[in-house]
Design a protein around this ligand. Structure first.
Ligand code: UD1
Ligand code: UDP
Length: 384
């Protein structure tokens, strides 16, 4: 029952299963990182009701494609230039109504989006147990990234059990007063997702366009970066890649109108950077796995790049994924165009330095996070 463009108010709640685990997702990364778990839960016959808030719309449909999973319900809340207050209040209200009607035994949320925070709050208010996947990531700065650092800390206050991807994430939770017995270190489900997508023999028209050149993948979308800042960051990337005949860049542009405007302004007429619509995870993961370098402000891509051994420059001031930095695959290079330019140039000029970074790491696990979560879920549902 996937209600494309539907409204929850038209739903017949009598037809919905009562007492299931409610899995809530709303954005592209949540869909990619939760789908492998949903697949496992369905195979294990755990009663599961998947609700998409529809915080993302078009980017979400593609995200499910490799997994064969579809939400049972979409709240379809997205609107252009949506504010944080709008997303938060709308989801809180709609999710509360859904919870009243289906009485879930528990809520599963992922990460730090407004969907995850608002769904957790709705469940918390109703006394429904919250289980938090990808718990414990911290930059230590409440406003960077905004609102994600706040969301993840707030979810930790409400969660009954925390599935931490790494020991560092667990330790951050313990330092905040979470009890050891309420945290399980499982790895990151992002790595599980790669098993559904990455193929040695991948080919596509887009990949053919690279024509054997050194491929750079670029993505950007962070809310805390202004349009002007993003414009200057993209100019830095443009100035660097335009210096090299043997380099080609693919930049799948996020649907955010702010990002699209900056990308069009900064990169118009640049022959070295191919702008595309957001790619399916199948294409994106495969292109990433073949990339010479990634330049991104994404969280999930840092984890994927570490596992795949793709050298990555993080165009942010701070990262909550220090493991990838310590593994040597990821370098945080800030948000100034001039610095980004220098860092890209350094890696393109020196294959030695670039190759040093190109070492696959299991800092985020080996692809068995979902199995570990499933095992613990069985226990938790017996205990509580
Ligand atoms: C959201 C998450 C962020 C996550 C990112 C993944 C919040 C506050 N932020 O940020 O943590 O890293 O998703 O991509 O939850 N849009 C479309 N079509 C789509 C998706 C988005 O048009 O399919 C537009 C919407 O008009 C929206 C804008 O993009 O106004 C931004 O989307 P939004 O969900 O508000 O924030 P993101 O920057 O995507
Ligand atoms: N991704 C994708 N298509 C794209 C760009 C990214 O499938 O065009 C995937 C990427 O591999 C990762 C996830 O989307 O799994 C990351 O999403 P995003 O960067 O939007 O969010 P974040 O991880 O920063 O929250």
């Amino acid at each position: 029952m996937f209600l494309e463009g539907g409204s929850m108010r038209r739903l017949n709640f009598d037809k919905m299963p009562k007492g299931a685990i409610l899995g809530v997702i709303g954005t592209r990364p949540e869909a990619i990182k939760m789908s492998p778990l949903f697949v496992k839960m369905r195979k294990a016959n755990l009663p599961l009701f998947i609700c998409s808030t529809g915080q993302h719309r078009d980017m979400l449909e593609d995200a499910f494609s490799p997994f064969g999973i579809f939400p049972d319900l979409s709240l379809d809340i997205m609107k252009e230039n949506q504010s944080l207050s709008y997303i938060t209040s709308k989801i809180l209200t709609d999710l509360s109504e859904l919870i009243d009607n289906i009485s879930p035994v528990a809520l599963l949320v992922h990460g730090d989006t407004s969907t995850a925070f608002s769904a957790a709050l709705a469940a918390f208010f109703k006394g429904v147990k919250v289980f938090h996947i990808e718990a414990g990531l911290r930059t230590g700065d409440l406003t960077n990234p905004l609102p994600e650092e706040f969301n993840r800390r707030a979810i930790a206050l409400m969660a009954k059990h925390h599935f931490a991807p790494t020991v560092r994430a667990r330790d951050s939770l313990l330092a905040e007063g979470v009890k050891e017995c309420d945290v399980t270190v499982v790895g990151n489900t992002a790595i599980d997702a790669l098993a559904y997508t990455v193929r040695e023999d991948y080919s596509s028209e887009l990949y053919d366009l690279a024509g054997g050149k050194r491929l750079i993948i670029v993505t950007a979308h962070r809310r805390e970066v202004s349009e002007e800042e993003l414009y200057s960051m993209l100019l830095g990337i443009r100035s660097a890649v335009e210096r090299y005949e043997d380099v080609i860049t693919i930049f799948p542009v996020h649907r955010s109108p702010r990002v699209r405007k900056s990308a069009e302004n900064a990169l118009c007429g640049c022959k070295k950077i191919i702008l595309t619509e957001p790619l399916s995870p199948f294409d994106f993961h495969n292109l990433l796995s073949k990339a010479y370098l990634a330049v991104t402000d994404s969280g999930g891509i840092q984890e994927e790049a570490a596992y795949l051994g793709v050298p990555t420059l993080v165009i942010r001031e701070k990262t909550e994924r220090r493991e990838a930095v310590e593994a040597g695959t990821v370098k945080v290079c800030g948000t100034h165009g001039a610095e980004i330019y220098m860092e890209i140039k350094r890696l393109l000029d020196s294959p030695l330095i670039r190759n040093e970074m190109a070492k696959p790491s299991d800092a985020y696990g080996g692809g068995d996070a979902c199995e570990k979560i499933l095992e613990k879920l069985h226990d938790l549902l017996k205990i509580y």
